[in-house]
Ligand binder design. Structure first.
Ligand code: 7TS
Length: 415
């Protein structure tokens, strides 16, 4: 595996040269891409790997005995090993390739939830969840007759751990589903506090790491959780590929989610038996090249260093919070810089977030405006939408300066 020694710092300016997307102008301006939380751009190393794989090693996997199929299978399984090492899984068998974090969570909700939940049980999510880690649980709770509760957040957008007892009193807690980093506010959640609480109650912990895995070191053994979901497209990899990490014994005990080719052991008219984990969860032709590209993205991130990425984004978040605080009429949401990742959410008084985002776009600055698939959180904050800027390893402070300039301009136009 091409893992290099992690460095403590990174040079975003030189890393940008790896990303062809920055070679063009947007509305005549250099692109200030401040929306990496929605999806990240792709370095040449990943793009080259995709092309090289299709040109030299492409075939379906686990099917043929000919050279190309064997080569493709080795690349596909090699990617699984890279992803497994990336999150410190005990074995690569604990990595199931899925389409994205959303599908990973649905897999657990259906395949674990339908079997293990019933009346009297409780499914617990938080007010900070992305709809991907909220709606599947709400739905499966309803389907199985289990209760559904939300852990509250405080006014600063951090989990209120004083709320744990209230929730535990409401039923037999069986699932606690929580994100590691909030996509709306950048809050870094105390999963290390939730895991012992949940396990003491006999519950499993499902961690949504969609906003964590791209930006900081995630260690499933260190976290002690039971499942962890993430998407490659947010971590410099291709779309349509993600991963579910699960404890092997839980995956082995679970029913399948998708059914069809490859996931079987034996098919007869009377009965079908399932293949081993992870094949049991990978029915049909997989996103093979995308998985290989996912492996290349992991190599790329490890080459830069997860610790360096986390530090870089933390510095950017602190700088952004400081600069944004000086903009008249701004409301900033979320915790202080030391407890947040590289995401800042805000509103300008009297100006709709979509108008703000449109003015910024004219200056080549891309941010997200909306509810960020977090409608329960927006309701808690008492807003319909926010503006959100999010950072990555290629983000430079000048882009934050351009964001602030754009906000002054939006105030001048709409204020
Ligand atoms: N969980 C979190 C915390 C997310 O931020 C997202 C996507 C998902 C799950 C779903 O990921 P997917 O790859 O399955 O789509 N986040 C966002 C966002 O912040 N704005 O749009 C999508």
């Amino acid at each position: 595996m091409a893992v290099t020694t992690p460095r403590a710092t990174l040079d975003a300016r030189s890393l940008r040269a790896d990303f062809p997307i920055f070679e063009q102008l947007i509305h005549g301006k250099p692109l200030a891409y401040l929306d990496s939380a929605v999806s990240a751009h792709k370095p040449r190393q990943v793009l080259d790997k995709l092309r090289d794989f299709y040109e030299t090693s492409y075939g379906n996997v686990h099917r043929g005995v000919y050279a190309l199929s064997e080569r493709a299978t080795a690349e596909y399984e090699g990617a699984r090993h890279k992803v497994a090492e990336f999150v410190n899984a005990r074995t690569a068998r604990e990595i199931v390739f899925t389409r994205n974090a959303t599908e990973s969570i649905n897999l657990v909700a259906y395949a674990w939830g339908l079997t293990n939940l019933g009346p009297g049980d409780l499914v617990v999510v938080t007010e900070l969840e992305h709809h991907s880690n909220f709606v599947p649980w709400q739905y499966i709770a309803r389907r199985t007759g289990a209760g559904f509760r939300m852990l509250r957040v405080d006014d600063g957008g951090e989990l209120d751990l004083g709320d744990l007892d209230r929730v535990a009193a409401a039923g037999d807690v069986k699932v606690v589903a929580c994100n590691l980093v909030s996509n709306s506010l950048g809050t870094v959640n105390p999963v290390d506090r939730l895991v012992p609480w949940a396990h003491a109650l006999g519950a499993i912990v499902v961690v949504d790491a969609a906003q964590a895995a791209p930006h900081r070191r995630v260690d499933v053994q260190g976290l002690g959780c039971d499942f962890l979901a993430f998407s490659a497209h947010k971590m410099c990899g291709p779309t349509s590929i993600g991963a579910l990490w699960g404890r092997l014994e839980l995956l082995e005990a679970m029913e399948p989610f998708n059914l069809g080719g490859h996931m079987i052991r034996k098919v007869q008219f009377e009965e079908t038996t399932w293949g081993d984990v992870p094949a049991k969860f990978e029915a049909g032709t997989q996103p093979i090249a995308e998985a290989v590209g996912f492996g290349a993205a992991v190599d790329y991130l490890e080459g830069v260093g997860m610790e360096a990425i986390e530090r870089h984004e933390h510095e950017l978040a602190a700088y952004a919070l400081e600069r944004l605080a000086d903009v008249p009429g701004i409301s900033l949401y979320g915790p202080p810089a030391d407890r947040r990742a590289g995401i800042v959410s805000f509103n300008l008084e009297g100006i709709h977030p979509h108008d703000v985002a449109q003015i910024l776009d004219m200056g080549g600055v891309a941010i997200r405006a909306g509810h960020h698939c977090c409608q329960p959180l927006m309701a808690r904050l008492g807003v319909a939408a926010t503006n959100r800027a999010s950072f990555y390893l290629y983000t430079v402070p000048e882009e934050i300066d351009r964001l602030v300039e754009g906000l002054h301009k939006a105030r001048a136009i709409f204020g």
